[in-house]
Design a protein around this ligand. Structure first.
Ligand code: GLA
Length: 434
């Protein structure tokens, strides 16, 4: 980094902060990209092309099929929504044939259903798919345009720009969004373009200007891709984990559950690991055609409640042995979540451990198995546990101190959050674990 760039960086750090109170828990919703990409062929593929109909359909599904009540609220347009030309005032405009009603009308449709609208732009000369980019001189007008349309969330990509432009552009967009007076969540792809790690990425500064950020490569519809992401985030957890907290989230990219690439076990693994990572739960799938197992995983109330834990502490990988990995995340009310992930490819593996081996304090605990729905009582730190973990699958345990379970239940009843914390009501089963 040259001295001029360092000085600029210092100056920007002093003058910019985005604190509009949004995203105190990781955002939840749906984004077009992974499933629908840049399909602009509305003639031959009218159901799946990037058009206002796709976003209206998705909003209908979110509102009518129980997603909204669970917290899935953002409907996010990705690349390929734009016309190739700005309008006569220099403003971005949607492709007129695919978005004939315009974005403001689409925003109203989405807001009328109690949902929020996200949109995509790119810090650079062109978006990743070659549509008009937001160069430094266009940042203000684009922020104003989005606000005037009623946009609630901006994904700001970084194709076709250099590191200096990015260093200037990402904070400037933060400031420009603030200046509109409309609270908008701000997702920054900046880290991906500069390697994702310190010293290139200054995560504490990033947390001051963005609500979330993409750290790593794009997710694809395969278990290989999901594994690669989990691996990179875990290998670099010392740098990434402390960066997260309420209003500032690492984003390992979309949930691909319900598409073509994951088995049921692998889909649970993605949900479990995204929960450990306090990751955004932003699906990219076809909500009009979703099988029941995918729906059950994505609508798992306990997994969602854990992902949305108010402390917002990202979890960590504790250990790896025999191709089994153990992950842990601390939660409110002295609870925690444990995930046992199998990276094996042979058969269900019997993994022996105890809470004490995983550094839990002595004491009595209960646990709720998030995907089977069974409760384990009369557990202490030294109880020997045996888990059977399927190849590329997980076991996910919500663990809480026994003496608190009653108190916690009362507390949650008072707040009438019975649905979120259904796990305290589940029928207890005694510890035979297998
Ligand atoms: C980049 C981003 C993706 C998506 C595409 C769109 O690759 O990382 O998430 O937005 O651009 O072109």
């Amino acid at each position: 980094m040259g001295p001029l760039v360092t000085q600029l960086f210092g100056l920007i750090s002093l003058t910019v902060a985005l604190d509009n109170g949004l995203l105190k828990t990781p955002p939840m919703g749906w984004m077009a990209w992974e499933r629908f990409r840049c399909d602009t062929d509305c003639k031959d593929d009218p159901e799946n092309c990037i058009s206002e109909a796709l976003f209206r359909d998705t909003a209908d599904r979110l509102a009518e099929d129980g997603w909204k009540e669970l917290g899935y609220e953002y409907v996010i347009i990705d690349d390929c929504w734009m016309s190739l030309l700005r309008d006569e005032h220099g403003r971005l405009q949607p492709d007129p044939s695919r978005f004939p009603g315009g974005i403001a009308k689409l925003a109203r449709y989405i807001h009328d259903r109690g949902l929020k609208l996200g949109i995509y732009a790119d810090m650079g000369t062109h978006t990743c798919m070659g549509f008009p980019g937001t160069t430094l001189d266009k940042i203000e007008i684009d922020a104003q345009t989005f606000a005037s349309w009623g946009v609630d969330y901006l994904k700001f990509d970084g194709c076709s720009s250099n590191p200096v432009e990015q260093m200037l552009g990402y904070p400037l967009m933060s400031k420009a969004l603030n200046a509109t007076g409309r609270p908008m969540a701000y997702s920054c792809s900046w880290p991906v373009y500069i390697g994702g790690l310190p010293p290139n990425v200054n995560y504490s500064f990033l947390g001051d200007i963005c609500h979330l950020w993409r750290n790593y490569y794009d997710i694809q519809d395969s278990w290989d891709s999901v594994q690669g992401i989990i691996e990179w985030f875990s290998n670099n957890q010392d740098d990434l984990q402390p960066a997260a907290g309420p209003g500032r989230w690492n984003d390992p990219d979309m949930l691909i559950i319900g598409n073509f690439g994951l088995s049921v076990d692998q889909a649970r693994s993605q949900m479990a690991l995204w929960t450990i990572m306090a990751a955004p739960l932003i699906m990219s799938n076809d909500l009009r055609n979703l099988d029941n197992s995918a729906r059950a995983i994505l609508q798992n109330k306990v997994a969602i409640a854990i992902n949305q834990d108010s402390m917002g502490i990202q979890g960590r990988r504790l250990l790896q042995e025999n191709h089994i990995e153990v992950y842990w995340r601390p939660l409110s009310h002295s609870a925690s979540v444990l995930v046992f992930l199998s990276r094996r490819t042979d058969m269900p593996y019997l993994y022996h451990t105890s809470l004490a081996k995983l550094e839990y304090d002595a004491g009595n605990y209960e646990a709720y198995d998030v995907f089977t729905g069974s409760t384990v009582t009369e557990l202490n730190a030294t109880t020997e546990l045996t888990f059977s973990i399927n190849p590329s699958g997980v076991v996910m345990w919500y663990v809480y101190p026994e003496q608190q379970s009653k108190q916690t239940e009362t507390l949650h009843n008072q707040h009438n959050k019975a649905s979120q914390f259904a796990f305290h009501k589940a029928k207890p089963v005694h510890l035979t674990v297998l």
